[in-house]
Design a protein around this ligand. Structure first.
Ligand code: AHG
Ligand code: MN
Ligand code: MN
Length: 391
């Protein structure tokens, strides 16, 4: 002993006890140094176990466990890893901001007539480059490319199709508000070697995986492979996504809605009635007050709903009758619907289940109602009741 007082409650109290214990009759008396070492090693094992059980597991380990459990195959696991790696690169570019020279307009437009930001173009390039040569894909499609992109013959090909919105919420890039990436994975139809647009036109229920990353105060990846929705936080020092929210659940009821209210005058009748009832709060038919939030980055608005509930709506309106809604079915609405349903929420077009919509175009738009199940059902009911009224 070194003369220091021994704290009997301390983690190391066994050290002191070892010298004071009254040995039971017949017990073999071991030398003090051996007893100390045995107690020390045991305590070390306990500490290591405590540390390991408190530490979240990495995305890699999570995916390997899912593969061992027979929930995904090695190709899908590696594909998700490649997408996650590309998103880390985008996260770094977003984080550099003005210092990386990535802010502002690219001076180009995409096929949908929208002005592209530098980060839209850069993120698209990063995802394309990372996924082209991996060997897990037959083709890719993106918001920023008019047509599907088959994997070049120089690279090995796989059986999956990847769709993505490389940078969601582009209007927020220059104002330092959260943006993200949304992706969806489909199976390439049997026998198709060079997929074209038509091979991507599968309903949302056919998705085998969907996810989004959000580049905010922290970078998060939210993922589903059809067995719940799980959240991972990027450990920037380690460079790994770590599982920080297993099996996310969206509360069925809510008092929060997300919508761009500036479009109100363009809305159709059932939307007018639904939102006006929300705004009447306690005094109206809903009997409770509602709060409103609108980030204008779908990833951020959906992420809030996955965290504390809510309903997100981008309805069809009369502003431009050639566009049935603002959001794109294949790489915005469908993946978010899959993620939300797997978290116990609901997603509709205002009239029917979103993931049942049979797509007709790679960039087709769709009305979106998603989030807390009971509230989505209520908003949908307003539309169906309106439809059943005599003309
Ligand atoms: P993107 O930046 O990929 O074009 O998507 C923007 C989308 C979505 O993220 C958001 O919910 C919505 O557009 C915002 O629309 P408003 O500009 O009407 O608010
Ligand atoms: Mn988007
Ligand atoms: Mn985008």
């Amino acid at each position: 002993m070194d003369g220091r007082p021994v704290d009997p409650e301390s983690a190391w109290s066994g050290y002191a006890g070892a010298t004071r214990a009254d040995p039971s009759p017949g017990a073999v008396k071991r030398p003090r140094s051996v007893v100390v070492r045995v107690i020390y090693n045991r305590r070390l094992r306990e500490l290591r176990r405590d540390v390991m059980s408190a530490k979240p597991i990495s995305l890699t380990r999570f995916l390997i466990q899912e593969q061992h459990a027979g929930h995904i195959n090695a190709d899908l696991r590696l594909l998700i890893e490649v997408v996650a790696r590309a998103c880390k690169t985008i996260s770094t570019a977003v984080g550099k901001g003005a210092l990386g020279g990535v802010l502002g307009d690219a001076g180009t437009g995409n096929v949908q007539g929208e002005a592209q930001k530098k980060l839209d173009v850069l993120s698209n390039e990063i995802l394309l480059e990372a996924n082209e040569w991996g060997g897990h894909l037959a083709g890719l499609a993106s918001e920023e490319m008019e047509h599907a992109h088959p994997i070049p013959n120089a690279y090995p090909k796989g059986n999956y199709l990847l769709l993505f919105d490389p940078l969601d919420g582009s209007s927020n890039i220059d104002v330092n508000v959260a943006v993200g990436t949304i992706f969806s994975v489909l199976q390439c139809p049997d026998g198709v070697i060079e997929p074209t647009d038509e091979h991507f036109l599968q309903p949302g229920v056919a998705q085998v995986c969907a996810g989004y990353t959000i580049y905010g105060p922290s970078t998060l990846l939210v993922l589903t492979i059809g067995r719940g929705t799980h959240g991972f936080t990027l450990d920037r020092e380690q460079g790994s996504f770590m599982l920080t929210r297993r099996d996310i659940r969206i509360p069925a009821d809510t008092q929060e809605f997300a919508i761009n209210m500036s479009n109100q005058r363009h809305w159709h009748a059932p939307m007018q009635r639904y939102v006006s009832d929300l705004l009447e709060g306690k005094q109206g038919v809903r009997g409770k007050d509602f709060n409103m939030r609108w980030v204008a980055s779908m990833v951020a608005d959906v992420h809030r709903i996955l965290t504390r509930g809510g309903i997100f709506i981008y309805p069809a309106d009369r502003k431009d009758l050639s566009k049935p809604g603002r959001l794109r079915l294949m790489y915005e609405a469908n993946p978010m619907a899959f993620i939300v349903e797997q978290a116990g929420g609901a997603a509709t077009t205002g009239r029917s289940r979103l993931m049942d919509v049979v797509p007709t175009g790679l960039h087709q738009r769709v009305p979106v109602f998603l989030g807390s199940r009971h509230e989505v059902e209520t908003a949908t009911r307003y539309h169906l009741e309106h439809d059943s009224l005599p003309a």
